[in-house]
Design a protein around this ligand. Structure first.
Ligand code: C5P
Length: 399
């Protein structure tokens, strides 16, 4: 199932490192070519000889090979990889990855990798439960990494709890499932809008909203991971799309976003509108800064912005799938259903900003998917990366 795939297997210094040899065997059996990268402390737990014998390649651990002076290029390795799998991932390495502390070959390779990264944490239960570990894992998840959850059970310390590295067969199956899933949307094109729009008042001021783009970027990443070519039309946000199948089109205002969407919509099979488009813009934008001194407070006349989703909905042709989001505070379900019809959507993803850890700017979201045929599915509160998976699962079943 992993035939011809290049896997960089990163091993860090934890007791579970002995299981990495079994994982390596499983990857090779599945058809992958594996290059092992170890942190210096991992060498205390399992020898490079075992791993180079199993992979058929010298293990990389230092920036250069001491006796020959040969430079080990983390950039080349990062580009070679179709996937990077870090198993076991200790609290230390997870912290370094989350914060870009690139002081060893494994973390530099991780930072250079363009491919999907799988992280299998393994540590004692208290380390696992520490807020800094929890936050670092969350950061890695939000950067688009795949976390292979540790299991509960007896740990090396003889304490019992969550922290055991997932079994090698589970890790191998997750990577295989990822590559199998990658084919799902192969040959499909998708358009995603994300983030807020900014509506200029004058050259230094604008009207906008609290959207951070997290949900839209997660959907774009998920679509790309499943094989789609994605055009991500994004308002101003602090995020960066990582996947090579995502082409980012940055825009600022709703009118610019509409123009970019209209240019791409005719070519796509799927369009997901997650952007929080400003409903209004200033009727006449000042070309120089509005001054306070010697003037009364200006009155801003607002005009309605175009409804991008509705414009695309009106132009939708058979076979195209259009998905919208609805952020509602009151009469959520009824409003979402009305939106679905008005904008000619195939389904609407309802979320409420007043839920616990849900809505604008949060890492998590709680959604309900409402389809055009009236059926409704509720989902638990979960990270936006996993919400994106649920939304894309729905897209795949409807295509
Ligand atoms: O009407 P409302 O803003 O609540 O609708 C939300 C949905 O419509 C989202 O999918 C959003 O991206 C999209 N939308 C749009 N253009 C607008 C307003 C909303 O595409 N001007």
């Amino acid at each position: 199932m992993l035939k011809g795939k290049h896997i960089v297997l990163g091993i860090t210094g934890g007791i579970a490192a002995y299981k990495s040899a079994i994982l390596l065997r499983l990857f090779v059996k599945s058809g992958a070519e594996v290059q092992v990268v170890m942190t210096p402390s991992a060498r205390e737990f399992i020898t490079p000889v075992t791993l180079s014998a199993l992979s058929g390649k010298p293990v990389v651990s230092e920036f250069f090979t001491a006796n020959t002076g040969q430079w080990n290029s983390h950039v080349d390795l990062g580009l070679w990889a179709d996937a990077m799998v870090i198993a076991p991932a200790t609290a230390c390495t997870i912290g370094k990855m989350a914060h870009g502390v690139a002081d060893n070959m494994l973390v530099t390779t991780y930072l250079s990798a363009k491919a999907p990264v799988f992280v299998a944490p393994a540590m004692d239960l208290d380390m696992m439960a520490h807020p800094s570990t929890v936050a670092n894992i969350e950061l890695l998840r939000n950067y688009g990494n795949h976390i292979i959850e540790p299991e509960e059970g007896e740990l090396a310390s003889h304490l019992v709890g969550k922290g055991r590295m997932a079994e090698p067969a589970t890790i191998c199956a997750a990577v295989e499932a990822f590559f199998a899933g990658q084919e799902e949307l192969k040959g499909r094109k998708a358009l995603v809008t994300a983030g807020p729009t900014q509506e200029m008042i004058d050259p230094v001021r604008y009207i906008s909203n609290y959207s951070t783009g997290k949900m839209g970027y997660a959907i774009a990443e998920e679509l790309a991971c499943r094989g789609a070519e994605v055009t991500l039309v994004t308002g101003p946000v602090a995020l960066k799309a990582r996947h090579q199948r995502i082409t980012t089109v940055p825009v600022v205002s709703a009118c610019e976003m509409l123009e970019a969407c209209q240019a791409h919509f005719p070519d796509v099979d799927i369009a997901v509108m997650t952007a929080a488009v400003a409903d209004y813009r200033v009727a006449s934008q000042a070309t120089s800064k509005i001054k306070r001194e010697g003037h009364d407070a200006p009155e801003l006349k607002l005009v309605k912005n175009p409804d991008i989703a509705a414009t695309l909905g009106a132009a939708k042709r058979p076979g195209q799938l259009l998905v919208g989001f609805a952020l509602e505070t009151d009469n959520a379900e009824a409003n979402a259903r009305a939106k679905l019809q008005r904008k000619n959507l195939d389904f609407v993803v309802l979320n409420t900003p007043n839920g616990i850890d849900s809505g604008f700017g949060t890492d998590n979201n709680t959604i309900t998917i409402i389809k055009a045929d009236g059926t409704l599915s509720h989902y638990d509160n979960k990270p936006k990366t996993l919400v994106a998976r649920d939304v894309v699962d729905q897209i795949v079943t409807m295509l």
